[in-house]
Design a protein around this ligand. Structure first.
Ligand SMILES: Cc1ncc(COP(=O)(O)O)c(C=O)c1O
Length: 361
């Protein structure tokens, strides 16, 4: 077995140098380390990408895409900003809104890029950590007290969360925003459309909230890079001012428009239904080999391996011996947990065979 590096992997997905060093071909790997819709992209979105006029400059601030995405949400296009994936927008938000020594609250464990971007902007991070004993549910009275005490400039909250997949009700978010108007709440809804709370995706939120949406997961456009945010026109203008012109390419803008068509919306709804069933089957299979699985509302699950099993070692063994790539949750502060993305049945069977062999169950 190769020595694993001291720095835990910060993200899922294939790392070319690692795969090459192991003599593996990318296509031979079963990748459950990312949470991308395995059935996408939708044909309507693919057609739009292929037809995009790449010989011309794209619209400097993605005007058509902004209008289409705003229409889908029923908000003012002036409050929408399009970026190269949600992560690009998190970094742009930090540049636009944070000054050195501002306080940023982060509901953790969480996708790590808000912490990284805020740190880079010189902000002071205050983590609000949810607990494994509570299945990482957000204790709202505790969060309320945390906000009253810290009065952060920004609060970052993912719903559903990553790596757990547990959500916060829209009504609770509204109440928090109302009680803490000095804090801009960044609600990362990157997995909302692929979750049981998908109806919340249509809910109206106040303009003190910045809603972040990725299109790389539900529409399987991880390599294309596309996402957007919706907020007040004033915040959107500050974010847009931090972005170079033409920074979102023409195929990505065309894809964004196509995701708002009825064909693409029905496609995502059908994929969600299928994937949530497949998630239930994955949870049952994992529990059948005595693994604790935290409840998830979306298309990935967080698995507790128990104190004897180190996630980093298991990731390495699964990759080297089975060409199965899982997300070691050590970088989330969870060194005995794996996050597993939901895949179709044949892939699930392959994953379970590999896990049973490595865990001797
Ligand atoms: C909660 C969350 N937000 C944002 C992202 C990044 O999304 P994108 O591919 O749109 O940059 C991820 C990726 O895993 C994520 O888990």
């Amino acid at each position: 077995m190769h020595e694993h590096s001291a720095t835990p992997v910060a993200h899922g997905g294939l790392i070319h140098a690692e795969i090459e060093a192991l003599g593996l071909r990318p296509d031979a790997i079963l990748d459950v380390s990312v949470n991308v819709n395995p059935y996408g992209p939708c044909p309507a979105v693919l057609r739009a990408v292929l037809a995009a006029p790449i010989h011309r400059y794209p619209d400097p601030s993605a005007g058509l895409a902004r209008r289409a995405l705003a229409g889908g949400l029923g908000v003012d296009p002036a409050g929408v900003v399009v970026g190269n994936g949600a992560v690009d927008l998190l970094w742009t938000l930090a540049r636009a809104l944070l000054r050195p020594d501002d306080v940023v609250g982060i509901v953790e464990p969480a996708f790590s890029e808000m912490r990284a971007a805020a740190t880079r902007s010189g902000a002071r991070i205050e983590g609000f950590r949810t607990r494994a004993e509570d299945d990482f549910a957000v204790d709202l009275p505790d969060l309320d007290a945390f906000l009253a005490q810290q009065r952060p400039r920004l609060l970052y909250l993912c719903t559903p969360s990553n790596p757990v997949g547990i959500g916060v009700a829209t009504a609770d978010l509204l109440a928090l925003a109302e009680r803490h108007p000095h804090t801009t709440i960044i609600v990362d809804e990157s997995f909302l459309s692929l979750s049981e709370r998908h109806a919340d995706a249509e809910a109206r939120l106040p303009e003190t909230i910045v809603r972040i949406r990725s299109l790389t997961k539900d529409h399987a456009l991880a390599g294309l890079r596309i996402g957007y945010l919706a907020t007040s026109p004033a915040i959107a203008a500050r974010v847009e001012a931090e972005r170079p012109p033409w920074s979102v390419n023409a195929p990505a803008q065309a894809a964004a428009v196509a995701t708002t068509t009825p064909e693409a919306r029905h496609f995502v709804a059908a994929c969600r239904d299928r994937l949530l069933h497949e998630r239930d089957a994955l949870v049952a299979a994992l529990r059948a080999i005595d693994l604790r699985v935290h409840p998830s509302e979306t298309i990935f699950v967080l698995v507790d391996l128990g104190p004897e099993v180190a996630a980093t070692r298991l990731r390495q063994a699964l990759l080297e011996r089975h060409a199965v790539l899982v997300r070691d949750a050590t970088s989330f502060g969870l060194s005995h947990h794996l996050r597993l993305g939901v895949r179709p049945r044949a892939d699930r069977d392959r994953l379970m065979t590999a896990l049973r062999m490595e865990l001797s169950r």
